[in-house]
Design a protein around this ligand. Structure first.
Ligand code: NAD
Ligand code: UDP
Length: 309
């Protein structure tokens, strides 16, 4: 079995590659290192079943493969907003190129979509049937609308070409291999706490998110690819907390006084987010297993080990 993992040198992609490599399959890791890191996949470099392809998904590529896991796209607002036109190109052209490759190879295709397709949701928790509330002219829209068109394109390849597709809507995920400069809240707070900086809360901190440990997410991706489910399917941990609560949980993991500073609330930042995971439970027999305290502890240990590198 030959797999192509786009975005394989990134946070989620590299954990997925670990799982696939451990099954003994052949893996092409395709990445342009925009936000990925060679250290995430370095341990496979000499393995005969692993091949790194330094390539931008907005350019076409031809490869002999059976399954495509399409994850390539910057995921943190800090990175996807740096060059929003590039983000839109990655979402549209990148996904189009990978769908065309899947069609050419008759390969199965999994799209990593996002809870951001729900925008700033008026329905809580969010089921897959919710159509979303995205501001199509705001600073998040390059990513939110980008993923919406990626979903739409995937369905058109299914309808027009009978392509085998699966769509996962990933909710906030955290864990080892997040970059210290990733910009997302969990990695920011841990890095700030470790380096003696105040934790930065955007707005009043009452906005909520539901955080899933990366191993649970990767199990969900795997089950989806090997199922008959097309989706979209939410994969996330429904354990919802406010950003203020998150800051307290992380502070309590350190034996020192850590101050907090407040920064302006970003435009269109969703006020609440929590997945409804009934579909994943029913169709994939999936639900998260790693509790937040344990996951955060493992993530802090990773940051401690890597802080000086
Ligand atoms: P990440 O930024 O760590 O990884 C993205 C990877 O894609 C990086 O290795 C990056 O270098 C690569 N990449 C970006 N643009 C590329 C291009 N043009 N060509 C080739 N490679 C490119 O992010 P992540 O958290 O690992 O997210 C992976 C996927 O999951 C993304 O598609 C993201 O939208 C989706 N997702 C993640 C989360 C989350 O909480 N982590 C939530 C929702 C959706
Ligand atoms: N956030 C914060 N401080 C930070 C980084 C993020 O308060 O240093 C907030 C951010 O405004 C959002 C939440 O934490 O309300 C989650 O942000 P993240 O970028 O991790 O994920 P997303 O907004 O994409 O869900």
């Amino acid at each position: 079995m030959k797999h192509l993992v786009t975005g394989g040198a990134g946070f989620v992609g590299s954990h997925l590659i670990d799982k696939l490599m451990n099954k003994g399959d052949y893996i092409y890791c395709l990445d342009n290192f925009m936000t990925g890191n060679n250290s995430n996949i370095k341990h496979w470099e000499d393995n005969k079943n692993f091949e790194m392809i330094n390539h931008d998904v907005t350019q076409k590529i031809s490869l002999n493969i059976d399954k495509i896991w399409h994850l390539a796209c910057p995921a943190s607002p800090k990175h996807y907003q740096r060059d929003p036109i590039k983000t839109t190109k990655i979402s549209f052209l990148g996904t189009l190129n990978m769908l065309e490759l899947a069609k050419e190879q008759d390969a199965e295709f999994l799209l990593a979509s996002t809870s951001e397709v729900y925008g700033d949701p008026e329905i809580h928790p969010q089921p897959e049937s919710y159509k979303g509330s995205v501001n199509c002219t705001g600073i998040r829209s390059c990513y939110d609308e980008g993923k919406r068109i990626a979903e739409s394109l995937s369905f058109d390849f299914l309808r027009m070409h009978n392509l085998k597709i699966h769509i996962v809507r990933i909710f906030n995920t955290y864990g080892p291999r997040m970059r210290s400069d990733d910009g997302r809240v969990v990695s920011n707070f841990i890095y700030q706490a470790l380096t003696g900086q105040p934790l930065t809360i955007y707005g009043d901190g009452k906005q909520t998110r539901s955080f899933c440990y990366v191993d649970d997410l990767v199990d969900g991706l795997y089950k989806l690819m090997y199922s008959k489910t097309i989706g979209p399917v939410n994969i996330g941990n429904p354990c919802e907390i406010s950003i203020l609560e998150l800051s307290e949980i992380i502070k309590n993991k350190f034996n020192k006084e850590i101050p907090t500073i407040y920064k302006p609330f970003p435009q269109d930042d969703p006020l609440q987010r929590k997945p409804n995971i009934e579909l994943a439970k029913k169709e994939l027999d999936w639900e998260p297993e790693i509790d937040f305290n344990k996951g955060i502890q493992k993530t802090i240990e990773y940051f401690k080990r890597n802080i000086n590198e």
